[in-house]
Design a protein around this ligand. Sequence first.
Ligand code: URA
Length: 185
Amino acid sequence: MTDDPTLVALASEIRACVRCPLHSTRKNAVPGDGALGSVMVIGEGPGRNEDEQGLPFVGAAGHNLEGLLSEAGLSRGSVFITNAVKCRPPENRRPTRGELDTCHPFLRRQIEAIAPRVIVLLGDTALKEFFPESTLGRAHGTSVRRGDLLFFPTYHPASVIYNSSLKEVVRDDFRKLGELVRTMT
Ligand code: URA
C-alpha cells in the first residue's frame, strides 16, 4: 500500500463517504491499493470479498487479474488497482449512473495523484466512465489517448469466469498492454 499523503487522505475520505446509498449497505469502502507506478487499473466495483476486506480484487476476479497482469509482465504490487465505485453494490448488481457519477470525483482525484502513464479499463462499466459511446468489442486491446492520459480498455477478468472463449482474447490484450508499457519505459 502506498504511503503517498494525498492518496492516504483520499482513502480516509472515501472510507467516511456517505454521498450515495451504497454507504448504508457496505461493510468496508474499498478505496484502492497498490503502487504509484506507471499503470493504474480500474474495475467496476467491490464484490463480497472486497467489501469484507476493504481491498480491491481479492476474490476470484482478483486471482484472474493477477494471472493476466503477469501476461503483461506486471505484478499486482507494481500497479495501482481501484474501481469505478468504491462501495459494493448489493448482490453485486451493476452500479447505477447516479452512484457512478457520485463516486467519479474520487476516481479523478486518484488519477491526478497517481499520474499514471497508462490506465487499464476493465470491463464495460469502467470503459463507459471515460468513453460513454464506446463498446468493448471495438475498443478492447488498443490504447486511446485522451489529453495527457493513455487508456487501455479490455474485458473484465470476471468475464472469463463465465465466458471461456474470451480467455485467449483477454490474455492477448494483456500481452499487448505489456508491450505498450515496455515501449514507454
Ligand atoms: N470486480 C471488480 O470490478 N472489482 C473488484 O474489486 C472485484 C471484482
